[in-house]
Design a binder for this molecule. Structure first.
Ligand code: ATP
Ligand code: MG
Length: 273
């Protein structure tokens, strides 16, 4: 099912610059002339804008999400990452521009947002319209290693368990586009590594396109096929990562990219800012 949001803005994609020799694209990640037809993409965004009062948070943003692609989206706090995700999830009807999502979308947020008065299995089933919702939810919980906590109340779960329940709830919908808004940022380092492995395993198995918002450049480098930097209301920088997974974040190409991404975020790695 394709959902389309016709908007008032008809900005032409202007992000058609050739990539640099290192495969990065400055000031615009999308190159219209290379794009496949809209219906073949998991999502296409053209000229997307969103203002809150006088403030334009998204300002003519273009983005193509290929089927099965794993994208990490980084950007300074307040740059509009969650605003973009909400638009893609169909949760914000006040955006303008063109936004097409082909197929089911599911979202997992920073806080797991489980309903406290429903047990874990019931949370995963919530709103699910399939023949045997409980069996589907049980299978999703098994995939995230949470079978034993199916009858638990959400408030008795650890942070990592709650996030896994949230992932199961997203996955059981078999999304073509999975939106993850900083899902690991509240977890400790060890749990985060476990969650990274889980997400990569689930992604490889179910093959949704993933758009992961993160503050963590290393997380982006570890997980993504493509890293986008949101700045000035648009995709200001885009780079592809070809390195096979699992990745060693200290390998030279990733180290160089980390420095570059931090610079794009305005972080001085010499420590003078
Ligand atoms: N409903 C709203 N009303 C007014 N302003 C809003 C609203 N939602 C977001 N904003 C503003 O839009 C800007 C972008 O917000 P958004 O949540 O998308 O940022 P973000 O990039 O996700 O930041 P963070 O990394 O801190 O999560 C912020 O300045 C925020 O205050
Ligand atoms: Mg946010």
């Amino acid at each position: 099912m394709a959902s389309r949001l016709p908007g008032a803005v008809t900005t032409q994609p202007e992000n058609d610059r050739a990539p640099n020799r290192d495969g990065t694209v400055r000031d615009g990640g999308e190159r219209e002339n290379e794009s496949p037809p809209e219906q073949e993409l998991a999502a296409r965004v053209r000229g997307l804008s969103r203002a809150f009062g006088e403030r334009r948070v998204l300002d003519g943003l273009d983005l193509d999400v290929a089927p099965g692609e794993f994208i990490a989206l980084i950007g300074r706090s307040g740059s509009g990452k969650s605003t973009l995700l909400r638009a893609l999830a169909g949760l914000d009807r006040s955006v303008t521009g063109e936004l097409t999502v082909n197929g089911t979308v599911a979202v997992a947020f920073q806080e797991p947002r489980l309903v406290p008065w429903k047990r874990v299995l019931a949370n995963v089933c919530l709103g699910l319209r399939v023949a045997d919702a409980r069996a589907a939810a049980g299978a999703a919980l098994a995939e995230v290693g949470l079978t034993e906590r199916a009858d638990a109340w959400p408030l008795t779960l650890s942070g990592g368990e709650a996030q896994r329940a949230s992932l199961a709830r997203a996955l059981v919908r078999e999304p073509r586009l999975l939106l993850l808004d900083e899902p690991f940022s509240a977890l400790d380092a060890l749990t985060t590594i476990t969650m990274h492995r889980l997400v990569v395993r689930l992604w490889a198995h179910h093959e949704p396109a993933v758009l992961l918002v993160t503050h963590d450049v290393d997380e982006a480098l570890t997980l993504a096929d493509r890293v986008l930097v949101l700045a000035g209301g648009r995709i200001g920088f885009s780079c592809r990562i070809e390195a096979p997974r699992p990745r060693d974040r200290n390998q030279p190409e990733l180290t160089a990219l980390r420095t570059r991404l931090l610079a794009e975020l305005g972080v001085d790695t010499e420590g003078t800012k």
